[in-house]
Design a protein around this ligand. Sequence first.
Ligand code: FES
Ligand SMILES: [Fe+2]
Length: 419
Amino acid sequence: MTSIATEPEDSLQRLAEQVAVQRARPGFAMDAYFYRSQLVYRKELDEILYRSWLYAGHVSQLPNPGDYFLFDLGEDSIILVRAGDGAVHALMNVCRHRGSRLCEAAQGNRKTFACPYHGWVYNLDGSLKAARDMAAKPGFDPADYGLKRAQCLVFEGLIFINADSAAADFHSVLNRIAPALRPYGLPTAKIAHRQVYPVEANWKLVLENYLECYHCATAHRAYAKLHTLAELGEKVERINAAMHERAEAQTGVQGIALDLYQAYGTAPAFGACIYTSRYALYDGFQTGSKGGRPVAPLMGDFKGYDGAAGDFQFGPLAFMLNYPDHCVLYRFTPRSPASTDMEVVWFVRGDAEAGRDYDRDALIWLWDRTSVEDKHIIERNSAGVNSRFFEPGPYHPEHESACLDFVDWYLTAMAPLET
Ligand code: FES
Ligand SMILES: [Fe+2]
């Protein structure tokens, strides 16, 4: 792993000054300080990651009561579990006695969570069921010692969490993009493949790379051959207008081409970003695969191919690119100032069987390849940003407009000293 020679002099005062300097240079990429400082990273956990809505997983990972999986965030481990009444809970994997981790296996099925240290036992909803011999302590009330929890909601089969108990509701926000997302039938979809691509780079470099397609023409030849997003809007206006004309008729879905951008600075609440739009593939291509040919049965309500893809964002760090026959979800999780997990999840229709209805390698070909390319270019980006000779250059006003939006939001979130 890359080691960063973090500067010894750092403080909240320095962070505030760097934010002010950055603000005085709008339109330019951020100074290396923001990608290298341990203090900045800690502040990001406090001000952004533990306050935002994050994608945790899919309901198919929790089919039965007692099923659970772990989601790691910062120094924390969060247990996503389905309780006996069917509700999904996000519980902090920290015993209320003296803090031991309760659960080690990354996934499984439990009737209860028993702490391996002194044996306190928790119910699936996080309430304390038994604390051995603690009746000896006067006034001890198990009701005071349930597991701490994150907010948790399920939308279209996707599970989201927010560690901030005061965070505004996200469900009503997500509902605004429901007409474009619901047709994919995600609540009953199946995860065909899941892969983590560890990237040796700060999470903001990984995110910024996802937010712009300026690099697509140079770095993703296979993607750029199929998808019009690699070009400026005016160059592909005609092909997108034609797609909008035909989209509803060819997919059989009303409202499939909904356009809504409420991310970062324009999100309805902090960390509650949403976005959807539909953009065309070049003529003759039906889906995101080698040659643009279908690779799985049509999903959900789709009746046919319109030669387009649905682009989505959920919260600041999760995205989806959805074709009529499969959906591809991206999640970025910071692991340290210099490392990030890029996780990609491929969904197909729930009743599709590998080998019969789809070939896994053909299904993942485009986005596996594209992710490997991204990992490579982001790590090269990181190496350059960590050079003492790096001087931030200007973002492209259209191709990199979402990066501009992100940076503006980020600086606001990171400037609590500015009053
Ligand atoms: S730390 Fe869990 S029972 Fe003691
Ligand atoms: Fe990319």
